[in-house]
Design a protein around this ligand. Structure first.
Ligand code: ZN
Length: 313
């Protein structure tokens, strides 16, 4: 990714869709992923290998992965909750697999019915499986609830750091910080990124996963970037908004994030006009679902050209 400064990793097909009730047909998911790759996206989290009875929205993930693998140059990422999910992801051929590790143990027990020690065992088993592959996927762990938990409240920063160390020792290639609950603020993001960098090495934490629940998503993204983070997750139209906070988007809005980065002179490799038109796919397929974002509503500033365009002139 030397020709870009920041990798915007689209997670809408996973995080966005799993948070809404509507089930997007497989063909629409495929069209969405293809259109966004054509707009210049290099990494898309296309689904999650969870049991269909838990998340019926993700039941077609293996098919979506297979189709996404046909898109030239696209890094196909998926989420896996456990070893079984990792086996399915590897069988489908995903390039990158991420496992969420909830730093709040209460949250972990409630969500995946596993405590920290059991999760570390699971990660070790997945790492062993990954190691056996001829062309192994990139295996990452996301430190979810790192900035606070809806059950426990504040989460200890020391515990975040210790969890990052344990996960690296258990065999992941990288850890990321996730603001699952939308509790983070920029100062906290900076501090925690620095602490985890110091513990596991800068090269082993390159990404953040942020939510815009309280409107601080872009500020938090910028704070992370200022500390050296180079991969930022976001979702098209910020879909998957919090049902308890009307008007609050889910993940940070991809369109607004790309606009901020390109306007600041940071290369994303993304054609923002093409990106804005990808929204129509979601608008048509999910007419009852709110789509968020300021740039799509307000339009681009007069004379605005992203990097890609100015380079082509
Ligand atoms: Zn999320």
């Amino acid at each position: 990714m030397s020709d870009i400064d920041i990798l915007v990793s689209e997670v809408g097909p996973r995080d966005g869709l799993q948070s809404i009730d509507a089930i997007l047909p497989t063909e629409v998911k495929n069209a969405w992923i293809r259109a966004q790759a054509e707009a210049g996206f290099r990494e898309i989290e296309v689904g999650s290998f969870v049991p269909p009875r838990v998340l019926p929205q993700m039941a077609d993930t293996a098919d979506v992965v297979r189709e996404a693998l046909l898109v030239d140059g696209l890094n196909v990422a998926v989420l896996v909750p456990n070893l079984r999910g990792a086996e399915n992801a590897i069988r489908a051929g995903a390039h990158k697999i991420s496992i969420p590790f909830s730093v709040s143990e209460t949250h972990s027990l409630k969500n995946v019915r596993r405590g920290h020690d059991q999760m570390i065992e699971e990660v070790k088993n997945i790492a062993a499986l990954v190691g056996e592959q001829e062309s192994p996927p990139h295996f990452e762990a996301g430190l979810s609830t790192a900035f606070g938990c809806t059950i426990e409240g504040p989460v200890s920063e020391d515990l975040v750091v210790r969890s990052a160390e344990r996960l690296m020792d258990a065999g992941v290639a990288e850890v990321g910080l996730s603001d699952t609950t939308g509790y983070a603020n920029p100062e906290q993001v900076k501090r925690l990124v620095r602490k985890v960098q110091a513990a596991v090495g800068k090269e082993n934490i390159t990404g953040v996963h942020l939510h815009n629940t309280r409107g601080l998503g872009l500020a938090n993204a910028l704070a992370a970037i200022e500390e050296g983070i180079t991969t930022v997750d976001s979702s098209l139209g910020g879909i998957g908004g919090c049902p308890f906070a009307p008007g609050a988007s889910g993940n940070i809005v991809t369109e607004d994030l790309v606009f901020m980065l390109e306007a600041m002179g940071l290369k994303t490799g993304i054609d923002i006009d093409k990106l804005l038109s990808v929204r129509n796919i979601l608008k048509d397929a999910l007419p009852d679902e709110p789509l968020y974002g300021f740039v799509p509503d307000a339009g681009l500033p007069k004379g605005f050209t992203g990097h890609r365009k100015s380079e082509q002139q």
